[in-house]
Ligand binder design. Structure first.
Ligand code: NAG
Ligand code: NAG
Length: 269
């Protein structure tokens, strides 16, 4: 139920297409439409020119309070994100689908006398989305930055500030990583340290003796599929939020274990 072969996904998409041409308004079509939604290959590409948002900060200079969170990265320090993280309003985080995305932010110096007093004009910083924050006071896109990131663009006495943000490629050290966090009956995979567009849009897994299987996003950047892959080498096919796709072959050896993290020898750039 949680696992569909990639070849089946394609067949279902084609079927749904011919059905809709025939306007076959049957219960079957409703079922097929639900399957197609899983395989939704449209990409919500974030803005790459600066747009408006608001920002606050949390924690202290050590970014305390960063652990846990909506994306499933648990401790961003051990995941390589360090203090360069941000909690985003759902208008940008998209229920976790945009976890891992990178943004360049700057204080909107020209906004008012207040911002001219507190903003550091011309300063920008780059952060990765690792958690969920409430929206701005008037429903704006909101960035709740760690203190060390906030003080790069504004005097912290300012509190809440208008900012500008844009999506930028993520620069990561080393390969893309896959944490096997499920159990022998249920594979749950956390994908992190994703370079390039940064957020995973869809994920497929293949054991050395199986076909490719589509994984459903469970929450944050955790993906699930209940096919038995014990004793097989694991390969992953990763589709990013901008549609860029890459196959990472034999990331985990056949003796892989749940609770372990496996790093590919390459990444997206
Ligand atoms: C596909 O995803 C886009 C963006 O996330 C969404 O707007 C659209 O409604 C989805 N389409 C289907 C058929 O689920
Ligand atoms: C999964 O497959 C392995 C190897 O074939 C087998 O030893 C194991 O019992 C299977 N596990 C489950 C949960 O079915």
């Amino acid at each position: 139920m949680f696992c569909r072969k990639m070849t089946e996904m394609r067949r279902i998409s084609r079927l749904a297409w011919s059905c809709s041409l025939a306007v076959a308004a049957t219960a079957l079509l409703v079922l097929l439409a639900a399957d197609v939604a899983e395989a939704n290959e449209s990409f919500a590409v974030g803005r790459t020119s600066f747009g408006d948002a608001t920002a606050t900060f949390y924690g202290g200079s050590d970014a305390a309070g960063t652990a846990g969170g909506f994306c499933g990265y648990e401790n961003p320090f051990t995941r390589g994100y360090g203090v360069t993280t941000v909690a985003l309003s759902d208008s940008l985080l998209s229920n976790g689908l945009n976890c891992g995305a990178c943004y360049e932010v700057k204080c909107k110096w020209e906004a008012s006398d207040y911002t001219k007093k507190y903003c550091y004009q011309g300063m920008t910083t780059i952060v990765s989305a690792t958690n969920l924050s409430p929206p701005g006071l008037n429903g704006e896109h909101h960035f709740d930055l760690t203190y060390p990131m906030f003080v790069k663009i504004s005097n912290p006495e300012s509190g809440r500030i208008p900012i500008q943000y844009r999506r930028v490629p993520c620069q990561k050290q080393g390969g893309i990583r896959f944490s096997m966090v499920g159990n022998p009956f249920w594979n749950l995979v956390l994908v992190y340290n994703v370079g390039g567009w940064g957020n995973v849009h869809s994920l497929y897994v293949r054991g050395s003796r199986t076909d490719w299987y589509y994984m459903n996003r469970n929450w944050g950047q955790n993906w699930q599929c209940s096919v038995n892959l014990t004793g097989q080498k694991l390969s992953f096919r990763v589709v990013l939020g901008n549609g860029q796709t890459s196959v990472f072959n034999n990331v985990a050896d056949s003796n892989w274990k749940h609770g372990q993290t496996y790093e590919a020898s390459s990444n997206f750039w």
